[in-house]
Design a protein around this ligand. Structure first.
Ligand code: NCD
Length: 297
């Protein structure tokens, strides 16, 4: 694999192979891991805010013995009027591999077509977030030992949320039941729902029978105006009572950041798994970097 731009380009066997490599890397000692990518450099070029994606990629690279450079878009020549294309091209090619995040759908794809180095899509607008999907699947497999056979709910902003778009695409290759829970205005785009078998859609917060509830933030920055955002803001709020009604063995996931959709009082319930999920970003991104650089860990 040369680039990781869309989860649609990744087959189920390739997904499993990423997860297996991540598992192996997670169980390796720090010493052993640190010899794997010595001398390699990763560039993070983000034109939108990021906490977990950027930091976990940098941590992953550091743990493999490589190093990273980070484009600070607030103090770069973007401020002089340079295009995102030129900025990302130059910054990426200082390194051996680059992770890009951008508000425009298709930006990572476009960059990958002319790049001399492997390009990873760290989120392109409301389109896709494939590395998040790999860590989401890793989290589910780690918890249940499998993905097939589960009942999975995707809830919140299914229209603009790129994490749920990529996750839904990936789940097409699994034998799962899917429930899409979203307000009318922000339901999953039709072209994604079409490819899903065993799917139901509702705007009611029906979560008690799920094995996995994947909650998401209403993507405020993608709405045409504040007025539209306010119509769906606060649509679902998970508190101790609602989450406590879920099955004992169920897990509650969220890509983070959460705003007001999961109350902090939920954090110590047995179902809460979002902080562990964020931690799983490191081994999964180690596996992605090694794979794209063609280095067998
Ligand atoms: C997500 C994103 O950027 O799409 N964050 C992340 O990478 N974990 C989710 C979000 O911003 O709501």
């Amino acid at each position: 694999m040369d680039n990781l731009v869309s989860i649609n380009d990744v087959s189920r066997p390739d997904i499993e192979s990423f997860l297996d490599t991540a598992e192996r890397l997670e169980s390796m000692s720090n010493d052993k891991r640190a010899g794997i990518l010595q001398g390699y450099v990763l560039a993070t070029c983000f034109f939108e805010p990021s906490t977990r994606t950027r930091l976990s990629f940098q941590t992953a690279m550091n743990r493999l013995g490589g190093s990273s450079i980070n484009l600070n878009s607030d103090s770069s020549s973007l401020k002089k009027g340079e295009s995102m294309h030129d900025t990302a091209k130059v910054a990426s090619e200082y390194a051996d591999i680059a992770v890009l995040r951008n508000p425009y759908e298709g930006f990572a794809r476009m960059m990958s077509e002319s790049s001399e180095v492997p390009i990873v899509n760290g989120g392109d607008g409301a389109n896709q977030h494939p590395t998040q999907t790999l860590l989401d699947l890793y989290t589910i497999r780690k918890e249940f030992g499998r993905i097939d056979g589960l009942k999975i709910g995707l809830m919140g902003d299914l229209k603009y949320g790129r994490t749920v778009h990529s996750l839904a695409h990936a789940l097409k290759d699994y034998d799962v039941k899917i429930r899409l829970v979203a307000p009318e205005r922000v339901q999953m785009p039709g072209h994604i729902v079409e490819g899903l078998e065993n799917v139901e859609q509702t705007s009611e917060m029906q979560i008690d029978d799920l094995d996995v509830l994947y909650d998401t933030r209403i993507q405020k920055e993608r709405f045409p105006d504040e007025e539209e955002y306010r119509k769906v803001k606060g649509a679902y709020v998970l508190d101790r009572e609602t989450v406590g009604r879920m099955k004992d063995a169920a897990i509650l996931m969220h890509p983070l950041p959460r705003i007001d959709e999961i109350k902090p009082e939920v954090d110590d319930l047995k179902q809460a798994r979002y902080f562990e999920q964020a931690q799983n970003g490191v081994p999964v991104r180690m596996a992605i970097i090694a794979e794209l650089l063609g280095v067998e860990p």
